[in-house]
Design a protein around this ligand. Sequence first.
Ligand SMILES: *Cc1c(COP(=O)(O)O)cnc(C)c1O
Length: 377
Amino acid sequence: MDSGIFESRTRGNIGAQGASGYLTIDLGALRRNYAKLSSTLAPSRAAAVVKADAYGLGASQVSRALYVQGCRLFFVAHFIEAVRLRPHLPKDVQVFVLNGLQPGNEIACAEGGLIPVINSLEQLRRWAAAAKTVKRTLPAVLQFDTGMSRLGIPPEERTELAASLREHGNVEILFIMSHLASADELDGEQNNEQLAEMTRIADEFAGFDVCFANSGGIFLGDAFHGVLARPGIALYGGAPTSGVENPMEPVVRLDVAVIQTRTVPAGARIGYGGAHVATKETRLATIAAGYADGLPRSLSDRGAVYYGDVRLPIVGRVSMDSIIVDISALPEGTLKLGSLVEVLGPHQTLEDVARDAGTISYEILTGLGNRYHRQYR
Ligand SMILES: *Cc1c(COP(=O)(O)O)cnc(C)c1O
């Protein structure tokens, strides 16, 4: 990464001067990803999953950008996320709470115009009771468990559910949904099993629209599309499918500042626990992000950052607020205090960092902390 970018980034933006790191979120790329998923899905539609603060990228900014691109349906996980997001969006959107209807939230949920994803008979009954209290019909989504054993109505409750739906006419079911457990696997056997189960459910509850696919599911073919899909990670540039080229455009770039450089002799201990010992004279830079900034401790002595095309390996343990990298591959004096190195960007994808850290892109993305200077493009 060249100093020109650093200068253009900070010039005229006092708030950005001297930040320890720059998290750049490309809302244009986000919108193009939404458009791409929408055209893959057509004539089915795409909602957007903006839980966990839009996977760490800012739920209000992300949702408003997607609204401009035509998105009108937004899913969050927790009730509190829906409460916080709703005021940022125009009236003609629907905000759904994936984790269900918690006891005590019913009236607030109804009055806030939020739509619960009903995950059990008990939740359906409480939502119907709330509808009675507020004296109007309340909208809901029904989630079925098709083989993940996490959320949703289990198979043995389906008969009773059908009766319960007839009884609670004051709950309007907008659509039915389920979630795939292995959607990132193109030839995953579980995908077809879950599709078969969802097809049975759609027959049993005929007349309801089906919402099924997450990001990976969109790329499993038309059979998985239903009427509405719920992509998350693919919107944010993460790979929807494992083991094939990522069709999505990167949305996130992370550059972190150098806060110290030094040369150490052979035998020098590097970082906590002296876990890394220099085998020869080594030039080091300390950069201003650590595990509190979402760079997992499992990156200790694994993975790298980049300066231009040059790979700078992480040496020693990841600290809370900093990481030490070996900069011997760069000409002396290249990196100075405030120089920026690339953690995520053209040389290193989310998947690269996730692989080095032994985790998945989702965890890296949602973990990026709030100590970076955030800039939206
Ligand atoms: C998180 C989540 C999604 C989005 O999944 P991605 O793999 O990020 O596309 C969709 N549906 C449900 C129920 C979820 O929990």
